[in-house]
Design a protein around this ligand. Structure first.
Ligand SMILES: Cc1cc2nc3c(=O)[nH]c(=O)nc-3n(C[C@H](O)[C@H](O)[C@H](O)COP(=O)(O)OP(=O)(O)OC[C@H]3O[C@@H](n4cnc5c(N)ncnc54)[C@H](O)[C@@H]3O)c2cc1C
Length: 386
């Protein structure tokens, strides 16, 4: 078999890349370790896309139900600090959009299904001497000749291991729990986030196709707080009233609770010979700002853009140039976002009185400074790009 790009991982990012390149007449094959039987579990987990990422999927003809957020209120649970971000601050109708993970996954898998080999993995990559084509060996012993191997296989990327790239990992010692709720709040374009000793609690409007719920909750809790609890349900049931009081909203839980251990990682280099890491394969961050998949979409967009330009501008592909340009355009931006998330996690973890005071003044101060608020919102919405 021959293809321009072999993609390891048919998740949201791998399938997006396959579909975008296919629309530009560049051949791809997706190798997905799971079978094509979709997990039809209940819609609980959500992802928040910024306008930039939403535009990317819409250009591929993907249109699925979502909810809109036009205002985000951020509180310091233990103090008086408060900041609000409104889409009007950046002259947009909305700040971001909430989708069910499963809906987005299914819609993109449908687009790339015909080019996917399910139930298989890449076992080895052999670089040819000409430095332009490599041989990809699958676990079923099939071989693919390819110019690029894109690792879109998430955390614990198999491609990163085969390419022997250096990884940096850190553990937040936190667990994220996510579930959907019904509430008594009428205006459902507002999202809330509270930083407190009981955890980082975010409530967002639920996508419109879940009629029995109003909010989706992502709540990151320190592991040491959970140690003495019989299970996470007890912690959630005993502590949710704290956030209800703070927000003056009643939340009735109406789904299973899903949990995720929180770590971050990044690679010092994203590329090596024919291989390139994209999305969660290259980096993962704390979910507090809902930016993980937006970074993945920006990576995917830049990789496709460089590859399409490479095809347009020359008859012979310059593999090294394409990959280097991708890495330069993405690595620093991703690292900046990872460091910013870590800064917030550490800031709100601190028990130091001066830090408490500084962060209250900081939140309220930023709230009054229009240019700083606009800067933050433009970053989160994907408007500030390289
Ligand atoms: C609690 C929580 C909440 C989150 N909320 C948000 C949010 O609101 N907004 C946001 O932007 N992001 C959010 N994220 C992050 C977001 O979910 C991820 O960034 C995103 O799913 C990464 O997509 P991906 O396609 O890069 O990787 P993945 O979703 O991990 O997909 C990888 C794919 O590769 C396949 N695979 C794995 N290994 C192999 C192999 N060896 N061979 C072949 N295939 C393989 C897998 O089966 C899978 O299909 C959240 C994360 C968590 C944990």
């Amino acid at each position: 078999m021959n293809t321009v790009v072999t993609i390891s991982g048919g998740g949201i990012i791998g399938n997006y890349i396959s579909s975008r390149l296919n629309a530009n007449n560049i051949s791809t094959l997706v190798i997905e370790k799971n079978s094509d039987v979709l997990d039809l579990a209940e819609n609980v987990r959500t992802v928040t896309l910024n306008q930039y990422s939403k535009n990317l999927i819409e250009k591929l003809g993907v249109s699925i139900p979502c909810s809109e957020i036009n205002e985000i209120l951020v509180f310091d649970g233990e103090g008086s600090g408060k900041i609000n971000f409104h889409s009007k601050d950046i002259d947009e109708e909305n700040l971001s959009y909430v989708f069910f993970f499963n809906d987005l996954y299914r819609a993109l898998q449908e687009k790339a299904k015909q080019r996917t080999i399910f139930g298989n993995q890449i076992e080895d990559i052999k670089e040819n001497i000409d430095g332009q084509i490599c041989e990809v060996l699958l676990t079923n012993k099939d071989k693919i000749n390819s110019s690029f191997v894109a690792g879109c296989d998430g955390r614990n990327s198999n491609i990163a291991k085969l390419a022997r790239l250096n990884i940096n990992v850190s553990d937040y010692d936190q667990t994220a729990v996510t579930f959907t709720t019904r509430s008594n709040l009428q205006n459902n374009k507002k999202a809330f986030q509270i930083f407190s000793e009981r955890g980082i609690f975010a409530a967002m409007p639920v996508p419109k196709n879940k009629e029995d719920a109003t909010h989706t909750i992502v709540w990151s809790i320190e592991n040491n707080k959970l140690d003495n609890m019989k299970n996470i349900d007890s912690y959630v049931n005993e502590n949710i009233s704290y956030f209800e009081k703070k927000l003056n909203i009643e939340f009735e839980i109406c789904s299973n609770l899903l949990t995720f251990k929180l770590t971050n990682h990044y690679f010092e280099n994203y590329i090596s010979d024919s291989t390139v890491l994209i999305g969660d394969a290259a980096h993962s961050i704390h979910p507090l700002a809902g930016q993980g998949i937006n970074l993945g979409f920006s990576d995917a967009d830049v990789f496709c853009d460089e590859l399409i330009k490479g095809f347009e501008n020359s008859r012979k592909l310059n593999r090294k140039l394409i990959l280097t340009r991708y890495e330069v355009r993405r690595k620093q931006m991703n690292l900046l976002m990872l460091r910013s998330m870590d800064f917030f996690v550490e800031l709100f973890r601190s028990k130091n009185l001066m830090v408490h005071l500084a962060r209250n003044i900081g939140l309220s101060g930023v709230n009054k400074m229009k240019f700083l608020k606009t800067f933050f919102i433009n970053h989160a919405s994907g408007k500030n790009k390289l």
